[in-house]
Each structure stands twice: as structure tokens, then as C-alpha cells.
Design a protein around this ligand. Sequence first.
Ligand code: DGJ
Length: 722
Amino acid sequence: MITFDPVQKTLKLDSPNSSYIIGIHEEKYLLNLYYGAYLPDNNLWGNAVRAPFASFSPRNPHNDSFSPDTAPMEYGCNGSGDMRISALSVRNCFGNTTTDVRYVSHRIYAGKPDLFPLPHIYLNSDEEADTLEILTEDIATGAQAVLYYTAFRKLDVITRSVKVVNNSKEPMDIERAFSMNVELPSMDFDLITLYGTWNKERTCEKRRLVHGIQTIASKRGSSSHMHNPFAAFLRHGAGEEQGDAYGFSLIYSGNFEISAECSFQDTTRIIAGINPTDFGWHLEPGESFQTPEAVMVYTDKGLGEMSRIFHRLINNNLIRGRYKTEKRPLHINNWEATHCDFDGEKLFSIAQCARELGIEMLVMDDGWFGKRNDPTTSLGDWYPNPEKFPDGLDNLIKKIHALGMKFGIWFEPEMVSPDSDLFRAHPDWIVHCPNREPSIARSQYVLNMSRADVRDHLFGTMYAFLLENPVDYIKWDFNRNLSDAASALLPPERQKEFFHRYVLGTYDLMDRLTRAFPGILLESCSGGGGRFDGGMLYYSPQIQTSDNTDPIERLTIQFGTSLCYPASAMGSHVSASSRTGYVTKGNVALWGDFGYELDPTELSNTDREIIREQVKQYHQYYHLIQSGDLYRLIDPNDDPYKCAWSFVASDKSEILAAAVIMRENHKTRFVLKLAGLEKNRYYRNEENGEIYSGALLMNAGIDLTNVIRKDGESVLMHFTSV
Ligand code: DGJ
């Protein structure tokens, strides 16, 4: 619900358990008076806007008691007295960047505007949420910012974005335009972020907020392995299942920044949006710029509930298409088994054997096209290698389909190898600067996705290919980051638009392809999980979580990823090369879009039996894992020895719990307490028929001391209510 109180001059956004309150000051400043647990009232002006007695905070010329430097500004502007990190900075026609947008008007309506061409949270019906649009303007320059807020009626979620409009007769340039700005009146929080690298994505890192600015960012052209566009703020004393937790996620796949600044008044400003480094946007009179969308979640029930809210939102309001609800096929991918060294015959033998184990789809990875026998050549030449498929790829697809299996294929559309027909024909299509030899990574250049001609070529090539070769799935890879960022088609004053235009170009190609082939399941990938973000999830319902398939290493990756992203988004594979046996590999990979990445013809009979059992488990638990509520029970970041998690059906009728011993801890007891059950309900352990109350399972727990003990052992426990 969103309400305007003309007496208090407040705009109030309520979700079931949270409130967000904006005040309209008499000088028309917009102030973030409150964000937190639900409030029935709104009398909040208090001291929030009284400037402290110091001459170093510039005052409003007509109201000496107000300083933008110390007030909780709703959308902090640069240069007009607010000395903190700013959300908006516009270089005006006079050449300065002083910006000061103030309230003009607002409107409230049911539903949510479409942010096309940007990926965004959508509504399934207008009944799901209400939107507030606030028009603000800098009367000195004509720069306007339209602030959009959508509050969900049944979920503690507010989405936000900003449209900057040039409402003047002169050009202007945006230098910073963040998607959100939140002000908290204290700094007693830990900031939790997800850092990493290739093979170690989204590892949780927790730090106490300190005075000054703390930032995570990417300027790699993609959201990156190194930082994820997500941050949580956990109040001191709060934990996994209790206390104040705020989560902020940006629906964006390019350069981003999330910063928190703790001021001299011990308040915290949080901003999230496009990274202003190497960003700018030129606005001619009448033009506008739409920022990506940010999602804000608040709960007083800890990090666990914050994650579950994100998971529900992503599953219901971000993921689209056929596979939003349809069961995803259990697949086998040949990459770990063969790398580029395969042919149609080898793939068919993998498929036959996999089919016999119950696997439903074969995914042919990198190496099927051009002359690609290793990663040094042929990206861009998207035609099957005739030496590998002498009877034609379409024939192999027919044979796989005849086995009763689906067929998937790998592409890396945004890239080109120097040794390729495409590069020889269009050397100017790569991302490069004039007079400078561009850097190379993994023997490849990046195609300039901001160019319509490049996108048209890629769409045409892939469209023709897909018409001829009826594939059921595409793995869309992206194996390097951007350097030498520039575009020959942009004038000098627009070169800073390049990075964002690149991302828009990739979204455009994904949009065209998914519209043309709505039946194809798209899985995004970037050297594993280097572009794991809400932007990609709008087009591809699942993303490869990491190239790292070692189940022990996966635990921290999956725990970190789960802070924001649901199991349904996490591509998760069992491979041959890892430290544990197949039982643990499977138990860990079940937490996601389950699949195999190995040569099944080389498996022992014992491992085949284990895999047959896993295939059954995959079907049995699919809905519980994909749409159940995740409870993280023991975090591998907190416990060096063991870790555990569970999925609980939304009606609390069923639980799947898993525990893994990462390192044997001699002689200690291991009692696992479950969470999220109904305490007065009784649950049967499906393995041994024992019946326990929810209260017992949550308070006394299940003793696993003699069940799993040694390095790499794990257990899966299924309980159903009786
Ligand atoms: C990186 C991906 O993460 C791998 O799974 C594989 O597809 C390779 N690229 C292929 O080059």
C-alpha cells in the first residue's frame, strides 16, 4: 500500500512487514525518514532534519536549520551542500556538476511500469504491487529525476529505479545516476558482500561498517566473478533467523557499484547503481536516461528470511518463459569429459549411456564449430565442423531426439577469435580504441554489442542455425572481460556511454532470441559464475554457478549464492574430478539445477548405481528444492568442519535436509537442529520411519554423530508430515 499524508507531508510505502517513509520538506527536499519494520503511523520529522551547529555543513539559503549534508536525503545530489557520496550528478550547460533536484509532484497507482529494454521485476497482475512516481527537478538547470518505487502487497519488497530527463533547452551530461539511495539513522551494521574469482564465486565476506565509504564494484563490463551486485546489511546482534536484515540487489549485468557511507553523524547512506567510473550519458533537450532497477528487502527475521524473500521474488517476478514452471531437464554436459576433443560419435556414445542412467538431455559444449579443437580459434564461425559431424549436426540431433533425449548446445555469441572468418571479414567489429592494439584474453576479442549491425549479424546467424538445428537448450557463455572500451559509432561526447550500451546490446540479442525461440531453455554462463545476476536471470532462468564442481568447495559458493539467488537459478553439476565420492557430489549438486559433467561410459558399476539413485532423487525432490523455502542450518563460513541446509515445503509438510562433513572433527558430537517447521506437527523420517515433533527436530535436533563423520561424508534426510 502507498499513501500520501498531506498534513505530515509524507509518502508511505508499506509491505506486510516493512515501511518506507519519504518526507517532503518545506523547501521541497525529499527525505528518507524511515526504512524498517512496519509502522502504523508516520510522525517522524523529529530531529532528522535539524542541522547540527557547525558551519562546515552548508545550509539552505532560506532555512538555516536545514543542511542537505546532515539530513537523510532521499536521492543525494552532488555539489549542493550534501558532502556524502552522491546518487545523482549532472554536468549542466554551464559546465558545473552542482545538482539539486527537489519535489515537484507525485502519483500513486496500482501495478508497475515496464522498464523495457532493461530487465526488471515484473508483476503477474496489477494486484501484486503499487507504484509511486515522484517527479523532482533542479530548477536552475532543468535536470529532472523521476523516482520510481514499487511496493509489493504480499512480499516485503520495494523495487526502485530512476529516470533522468533533460527538461531544458541545452544539452547536459549525467555523470552519476544511481538506482537507489537509502538512509539509515545508525551505523550498527555488518555489511555482507559476495566476493570471489573464477572457481570461487560469491564467497560471503562480512565487515563491520566504519566511518567513510565502503564499496564493492565492477568495471569489467560484466557483473563479474569478483563482486556480485548484491549487498546485505545485518544489524549487530542479528543472525540467520532473527534480527534486522536489509538486502539490496541490482538487476544489472554490467559495471556496478554498491557503496555505504557512514557519516560523522553515525548515519549510513547506501547507494546502488551503474558504476560511475567510465560512465556518462549525454542528454540532448527532451532526452531521458533510465537506470537499471534495484530491489530492496527488509525483514526483522534475519538473513535467512531476507534470502527467502529474494528467492520468492526471483522465482515469481523475474524468471520468465516456459521454464518458469516447467520442470528443467536433467542434463549431461560433455565439457569436463572431453573439452574440445570430441565428435558426433563420441557425443552419441555419451548420450546413449546417459539415457540408460535416466538422464534427459545431452548438452554439447564448446568445440563443435568452425575449426575449434582448442580455445584459440573460430569463435564467431557458428557452423558445425564437418570433420566432427560428417553426417551433419542435424542428424546427430535427430539421433539424440530418437533416444528420447533433448539436445542442448554451447554458444559464446559476444566473442570472436582473431583466427576466424568473422574477424577476417569484420576486424572493426571488435571492442577497441583508435590507434591502440586491443588486449586479448583467452585468445579472444569482444564483439562490440553496442552496434546494431553486429547484433543483427549475430541474430541472423543464430536464427538460421536454430531453424536448421532444432536444439532444446542453449548455454550462453562469456569468457573474458572488456578492455579498450570504445565504439567507433559513438561521437567523442558519448564514448562514456559505451559500457552501458554494450550491456543493452547483449540484452537486446538475448531478448530477440528468446522471443524467436520461446521453447529453448537458456542457461547463462561466464567462465562458470562470472555473470550471475538478476539481469541475466530475466532472460535465462538458470546460470552456471561455477566451473568448480568439487562438492566441498561448492559449499561456500552455494551458501554465498543463496543469499540472494534461489536454487532454481543455480546450475549445479556432478563431475568426475573431485575430492569426494558420488554420493556427496550428488547431495551437494541437488541444491540447484542438477546435471552431470562427465563421461558416463567410464563410470564404475557402483557409481552407475549411485547415479541411478540420484536421478530418482532429482525427480522426487525437484519441486521441494525449486520452490521450497531454503533454511541455511550450518554455514561453512562459520564452522570449519561441517555444514548443513534444508528445503522446507511452503505448507511445511515436507523437508529435505542435507549435511556434509568438510573435515573430520574427532570425538565431537554432531547434532543437527532443523528450522522452519511447525513445532506441533509430527514428521516421519522417510529413511527409517521414526516420527518426531517439529519442536523436537528444531530444539533437540537429530544426532548425526554416528551417521556421518569422515571427510567428505554427507547425508540427505527426507521428512514428511504425518
Ligand atoms: C567456460 C564454462 O564455464 C565451461 O563450462 C565451458 O563451457 C568452457 N567455458 C568452454 O569454453
